[in-house]
Design a protein around this ligand. Structure first.
Ligand code: 5AD
Length: 353
């Protein structure tokens, strides 16, 4: 049994050396208490302020297709979900989102979608080139899943700067409990290696409280993040979707998600860390609490309002309130109320290669 003092000194050592052993990660995650979490969040805020001040970077999220060829057991967009409403945005729709976003102050556009072959490499390349030409001062982030090295290279040459691809879970056995047999943790990680090699600012991450996840799995995720050293880390609680095999599984908690966010901030002080939509979905003040645990990015939704309610990875996804790009003013006010400010900037990662 670890005492609080014992675990506090582990947190101090994590802050100083930026790493822990597998056993220490497990001990810290298992032994966490509300008091320890408060101490951890305080340290995480200090580290975050040292590198990024009180600035919060904003990313305009464009969810451009709800079609997906994959069948992940947790995701509402899985192809076996026949009840899902599907849509695709045209090149012109996407450019119109960027136009709106640019006027609102966004300098990063995130093109996210299911793995949808309707968007050929030619079409994606054309969309990226068009955005890059028209808004050369903006960063383009892609989040379109597992592709070949050649495809990733084409997109980079067309002007894509960043790529988000969560590893989901490091442990192969756990990975296989979350995905159908044609997917593997090893292939996913190969994609991440390819992306980094091509010079993308690369983001990875995982769900907190996904079915069958253990503290050992989370420890392995931390060790992987340390070794891979990504520029961005996206984590959020697992939230069940009623039309998936995991409909009856319990959601991940706000408490553990915040704890993991703060641990990541101490381990990778300069990483970009979003306070995610899923966090805002499980608690009304979830996104503020993510910021107060060391996060420094928010990703408001720039998709056309009529499609937002169709991009449902999980139940009750917030899609009408402050998460929307139009409500930037009220999101800004909420962030100012806790002592932070939204900034208009590309917001590149300080965690360099
Ligand atoms: N709950 C929380 N996050 C989810 N994702 C997919 N389905 C869910 C869910 N039910 C996350 C995955 C994916 C990202 C786009 O959304 O981690 O990588």
């Amino acid at each position: 049994m670890s005492t609080n003092t014992d675990l506090k000194s582990l947190i101090d050592r994590l802050e100083q050396t930026r790493s822990l052993s597998r056993e220490e990660w497990i001990r810290l995650i298992r032994g966490r208490t509300p008091e320890l979490a408060e101490y951890l969040f305080q340290r995480a805020r200090i580290i975050r302020t040292r590198h990024y001040g009180r600035d919060i970077y904003i990313r305009g999220l464009i969810e451009f297709t709800s079609y997906c060829r994959n069948d992940c057991y947790y995701c509402g967009l899985r192809k076996s979900n026949k009840a899902a409403a599907r849509y695709r945005l045209s090149r012109e729709d996407i450019l119109a989102c960027c136009e709106t976003g640019y006027r609102l102050g966004f300098r990063t556009f995130v093109l996210q979608g299911g793995e949808d072959g309707w968007y050929t490499d030619d079409l994606l390349e054309d969309i990226i080139t068009s955005i890059h030409r028209r808004w050369p001062d903006c960063a383009i982030t892609l989040s379109v899943g597992e592709k070949s090295y050649a495809s990733y290279r084409r997109f980079a040459r067309a002007g894509a700067d960043r790529y988000l691809l969560r590893h989901e879970t490091f442990n192969e056995t756990h990975y296989r409990k979350l995905h159908p047999p044609r997917m593997s943790a090893a292939h996913r990680r190969q994609c991440l290696v390819d992306l980094k090699k091509l010079g993308y600012q690369t983001g990875t991450g995982f769900m907190v409280g996904s079915p069958y996840q253990t503290p050992e799995n989370l420890a392995d995720d931390m060790l992987f993040l340390k070794e891979f050293n990504p520029q961005m880390v996206g984590i959020g609680p697992f939230i069940p979707h009623h039309e998936t095999p995991f409909a009856g599984k319990p959601a991940g908690t706000l408490e553990l998600t915040l704890f993991m966010l703060a641990l990541i901030r101490l381990m990778l002080p300069r990483v970009l860390l979003p306070s995610t939509t899923a966090l805002g979905t499980i608690a009304p003040d979830g996104r503020e609490r993510g910021i107060l645990a060391g996060a420094n990015v928010v990703m408001p939704n720039l998709s056309p309002p009529q499609v937002r309610e169709k991009y449902l990875l999980y139940d009750n996804k917030i899609c009408t309130g402050d998460e929307a790009a139009e409500s930037l003013n009220s999101l800004g006010a909420r962030m100012e109320a806790i002592g932070y400010r939204l900034v208009t900037a590309r917001g590149d990662s300080l965690n360099t290669f």
